[in-house]
Structure formats: C-alpha cells, structure tokens
Design a protein around this ligand. Structure first.
Ligand SMILES: Cc1cc2nc3c(=O)[nH]c(=O)nc-3n(C[C@H](O)[C@H](O)[C@H](O)COP(=O)(O)OP(=O)(O)OC[C@H]3O[C@@H](n4cnc5c(N)ncnc54)[C@H](O)[C@@H]3O)c2cc1C
Length: 400
C-alpha cells in the first residue's frame, strides 16, 4: 500500500456535536486533529435541531437530570451536566436562557451562530468534508472522497458517526456494517423519540392532521405524563408521545398496544360526571360537551374516534374522557425518529470509550447504545461522550 496521505495525531470521523466535542478536547490536549465527514458540510443534524430552538441541555438538579440516562452514561455525565453545557456555550459567546421545564436554549434560538463560533474555536483542526469513512486496511483508515479512495493513519481515532435517523443529514448507520465486519458487538439501531401509527378514520386524518392536542395527560403502563401531542396523518407524534416512546416501542414488539389519554387533567372524573348529569335539553351532543366540560375541536373528535360506542351515561362518558384508549399500531420508521437507540454495545467498550477489539479507536455520541428523552438530554449526552472520547484519544495518542 502507498503511504497514507494524512497522519494526524487524532482522526475524528463524523463532524456532528460528538465529533466536534472530541476534536475540541483533543486540540485542548495539544494534539493535531483531522475531522472527516461524509457530507459537504458539518453538523447538519445539529443545525436541524436548531430549527426548533436548539434545546441544548436542561437545568434540572444533576441527580434528576442524570436519572433520564441509562447507568452506562452516568460516569460521562457526572463531568458534563446542564450547568457545564451552559458554561461551555457561554464560553463560546452564546447567550443562553432557561425556558419551560428548565430547558436550556441559546437566546438566538438557532444553532448556526453557535456552530460558527465553535468551528472558529476548532480552527486548528484540519477538515475533510465529502470524505466517507469505509473501514480499515490493517490499521489504516480508508475513505471514499471526490478525488477517489484516500487513507489516513492517525495515532488514535474517534468514531462519531451518529445514529440512524434522518439519514439525509448524514447519520445513515452504514457504519454498523463496517463495525460488524470488524467483530465489534452491536445492538440493532431502533427508533427513539418517534411517533406511532394509529388507524385514524379518513375524517380524523383529513380534518385534524397537524392539530396539537393540549393540555392532556397520557398514561402508558404505570407512567403518566402531562403535556401535549400532535395528530399526524398516520398517527401521533410530539411531547408526551416521545416521553413515552421507549416503553411503547418495546411493548409494540408483542403487537398493538394502548395508551390512555386524560382529556381534562385538571378536572376529576366525579366533577365531570356531575356536570355531564345536567339535562341536555335541546343541545346537540357536541354542544353539550362544549358547554358542560369544555371539550371541543380535536379533543371532541378524539373522543368520538377512540370511544365511538360510548353511551350518554354521564359516568361512562366521564370515564372515557379521563382514560380515552388510543390504540397504537407500530412505531414510525427510523428515518423519521428524532434519535435512535442501539449501536456500539457497552460490552464492546472500555470505561474510556475505546473499542476493546480495536486499541486506539474510541466511539462517542449517538453511535453508542443509549437513549434519552427529548429536552436537551440527547445533545448533552453526545457532548459529554464526545469530550470524554476526545480526551481519552489524546491521552492514548501520547502513549503510542
Ligand atoms: C429534527 C431533530 C431535532 C432535534 N432537536 C434536538 C434538540 O433540540 N435537543 C437535543 O438534545 N437533541 C436534538 N436532536 C438530536 C441531536 O441532534 C442528535 O442526538 C445529535 O446530533 C447526535 O450527535 P452525533 O454527533 O452523535 O451525530 P450526528 O449529529 O448525527 O453527526 C454524525 C456525523 O457523522 C457523519 N458521518 C456518518 N457516517 C459517516 C462516514 N461513514 N464517514 C464520515 N462521516 C460520516 C455525518 O455526516 C454527520 O455529520 C434532534 C434531532 C433531530 C433529527
């Protein structure tokens, strides 16, 4: 083989938030860094996250915050919680604020200014875009590039190629095949924080697709979550659905399952039944619901859709309003999910995020087998593991 073209101390493969955090840590340790990305520009999913305001982290007390992550993530988060994310972003000159549910956002409510400043800080790193990593030839990294096949031989490598959702933004999960070939233990990629299919009637889909349903509570198993969700043509998505998505997804492996919607979380069943016991007189059923218990629009449509055979009995109606059964058929496809779970198994990694089977190769971000709800947890997890892997790779490269 000819001499590899590039020989940085550290190769970072994937220029999303995890890869850029790894690059920052390695540069801070005085190492030379090259970041490779298959796409023409970096951090496309990060920029997409910015379209909904860029919820970077969460200001909950550390114990509560860390409780949203699996045990394997705890040691990385201990060193990088919401407060650290805030300090880091403010250190880049980005003004931050805490919104509802203690979520942390940049005042700019988008990702591009922060990304610009971040890339400025990483100015010493070499960037190779349109370089798609294809695997190893011995200990040499191989790439496809616009100029044909390329190689690099770093002292250490950080893999940060993301999960498998929104593949058009770069994270297509193709690396699973390469790592499987290298004998790395992997768990299948599955959607996380995704919507679900519901067999809506044509009327419901045509009339209410895109309608937010708020404020409600949803119960699945023993978990009740208050918030809102959105009706889609094929089913449901958003807030409470994402929060409950992991147990619902797992239950769907056994066949369709049911979540229960409380259409009036602020009013108890008894109070509803009392109001619904008033004489209906000449009011239509929908006007009666509106006047007595203020159920209108999409909530009234849901009641008709999910409890079509309900009688006019006030107690039966109140029970349906407080626990309206919503039959969920299947998760929406992985391509549509906010994030994915699965990927590099924890058993394949050392505590330093190095692949046991590939000394000097580290992994970070959504490639790792963890999941967390929306609310700033995902980016925090990617940054925390990215910084940890970058530090460890830098240390490894000094000893090799
Ligand atoms: C619509 C949307 C909104 C979101 N909003 C939020 C939010 O507000 N808050 C939050 O915490 N999280 C949010 N997320 C999730 C968050 O964006 C991701 O968890 C995060 O970007 C994952 O970071 P990562 O660095 O691991 O991977 P990615 O950001 O996916 O980056 C991976 C990079 O690797 C590159 N790559 C892949 N394969 C190769 C290869 N073979 N060779 C070279 N390069 C390769 C890709 O091109 C990509 O640039 C959102 C996600 C979506 C889809």
């Amino acid at each position: 083989m000819t001499q590899p073209a590039l020989t940085p101390d550290i190769a970072i493969i994937g220029g999303g938030p995890a890869g850029l955090a790894a690059a920052e840590a390695a540069l801070a340790a005085g190492r030379s860094v090259t970041v490779f990305d298959a796409k023409p520009s970096l951090a496309r999913k990060f920029l997409m996250a910015g379209k909904s305001g860029l919820n970077l982290s969460n200001d909950l007390p550390p114990d509560q915050f860390c409780g949203a992550f699996p045990p394997e993530m705890q040691s990385y988060l201990k060193h990088f919680t919401g407060e650290d994310v805030r300090r880091w972003a403010e250190g880049l000159g980005e003004e931050m604020f805490i919104g509802s549910s203690r979520r942390l956002y940049p005042v700019a409510m988008k990702a591009s200014p922060l990304l610009r400043r971040w890339l400025g800080r990483l100015g010493a790193a070499e960037l190779r875009t349109r370089w798609r990593w294809t695997g190893w030839d011995g200990d040499v990294l191989t790439f496809d590039s616009p100029d044909g096949p390329q190689t690099a031989q770093p002292k250490a490598t950080v893999l940060a190629m993301g999960g498998g959702s929104w593949p058009r933004l770069g994270s297509d999960g193709e690396w699973m095949k390469t790592l499987a070939k290298a004998g790395i233990a992997l768990s299948p990629l599955r959607p996380a924080n995704m919507g679900f299919n519901v067999d809506w009637s044509d009327h419901m889909a045509d009339r209410f697709a895109g309608a937010p349903v708020k404020t409600i509570a949803m119960t699945f198993g023993n978990t009740r979550v208050e918030g809102e969700f959105t009706i889609t043509r094929n089913g449901v998505e958003g807030g409470v659905i994402y929060t409950l998505s992991a147990p619902i997804r797992d239950a769907l492996e056994q066949g369709e399952t049911t979540a229960y919607i409380d259409l009036t979380p602020g009013r108890g069943r008894k109070s509803l039944a009392q109001r619904l016991s008033k004489p209906q007189c000449k009011l239509s059923a929908s006007n009666f619901l509106r006047k007595t218990v203020r159920i209108t629009g999409v909530k009234a449509a849901l009641l008709r859709e999910c409890a079509p055979d309900i009688s006019g009995d006030p107690y039966e109606l109140a029970t349906a309003i407080k626990a309206l059964p919503l039959t969920l058929k299947a998760p929406r496809p992985i391509e549509e999910a906010v994030s994915t779970t699965g990927g590099v198994a924890w058993a394949a990694l050392t505590a330093d995020l190095m692949l046991n089977a590939c000394p000097g190769v580290f992994a970070a971000g959504e490639m790792l087998d963890w999941e967390a709800p929306t609310g700033g947890y995902l980016l925090t997890g990617c940054l925390a593991t990215g910084f940890a892997a970058g530090r460890a790779a830098a240390k490894y490269s000094m000893g090799s």
